[in-house]
Design a protein around this ligand. Structure first.
Ligand SMILES: Nc1ncnc2c1ncn2[C@@H]1O[C@H](COP(=O)(O)OP(=O)(O)OP(=O)(O)O)[C@@H](O)[C@H]1O
Ligand SMILES: [Mg+2]
Length: 235
């Protein structure tokens, strides 16, 4: 039986999608069978980070009952991916209740399911936040960390285990130390990921940094994170 890992924060733009995509690929390079799911239902953008025009067979089609599960799973460089519909407009067709069933159906087929999640949080996305493990992403400032606390508390209430914290974009002046962050979130900082211009270059090219610039410090940090997490998941 595999494990699921949802990448969470309440604040937008902290790097959840960047980390989800690159971490999923990093875990796959360790010989694990990985599925990446775009769980940012209202603003899906995993496909953009991978230069995939995802509008034909997506999680939205599955949740709306328009496609079967096997029809919405795509292949991408060593991982399977369920993209979101880039043209998605309305939640009215979406049955979010199908999300947990989907994970239950898939969990035995993969070693790790990495789930990108939306910022903010409300009941529509409760199924997402109730998944087995959650990784909190923050940037080193008070607003982000307080939102990280909120995300963590919601996920915990819904039954997730918080496996740790990623402090992203650390080139900004650090207003909080890792000790401050660990105290606030009552969870360990697993890795610090610095600001790296090539993250944006990779996004513009639609090529994940870990494939495009594997020798950067950021790529190495993500590989390191994958090793730590797989150690956690295997225990
Ligand atoms: N370590 C980093 N160095 C430089 N740029 C970064 C880094 N991490 C993320 N970014 C950039 O910051 C922006 C936001 O990242 P991303 O889209 O992954 O965040 P998000 O939390 O998923 O945001 P959203 O709330 O829109 O879903 C992107 O343009 C991304 O390329
Ligand atoms: Mg995102």
């Amino acid at each position: 039986m595999g494990t699921s890992l949802t990448i969470i924060s309440r604040k937008g733009g902290v790097g959840r999608t960047f980390i989800s995509v690159n971490l999923a690929i990093a875990i796959a390079t360790m010989g694990k069978k990985v599925l990446l799911i775009d769980g940012n239902i209202e603003q899906p953008n995993v496909g953009l980070a991978m230069n995939i025009d995802s509008s034909e067979a997506t999680i939205h089609h599955y949740l709306a009952g328009k496609k079967e599960l096997d029809e919405v799973i795509s292949k991408y460089d060593g991982i399977d991916v369920i993209y979101g519909d880039i043209e998605f407009q309305s939640l009215s067709d979406i049955d979010t209740g199908k999300f947990n069933d989907m994970i239950k159906k898939l969990i035995d087929e993969y070693d790790v399911i990495v789930i990108d999640s939306p910022s903010g949080s409300n009941t529509i996305f409760a199924p997402l936040q109730s998944q087995e493990n959650a990784l909190v992403v923050v940037t080193p400032n008070i607003l982000s960390v307080v939102d990280g606390m909120r995300a963590k508390n919601i996920s915990k209430k819904l039954g997730s285990k918080i496996v740790g914290v990623v402090v992203n974009n650390t080139a900004q002046k650090k207003y909080l130390t890792n000790e401050n962050i660990e105290f606030a979130l009552n969870s360990k900082v697993l890795v610090e990921i610095p600001y790296e211009e090539k993250v944006e270059t990779s996004l513009a090219m639609g090529e994940p940094l870990i494939l495009n610039y594997p020798n950067t410090t950021v790529a190495k940090k993500i590989i390191n994170l994958a090793h730590i997490l797989i150690g956690v998941a295997d225990k």
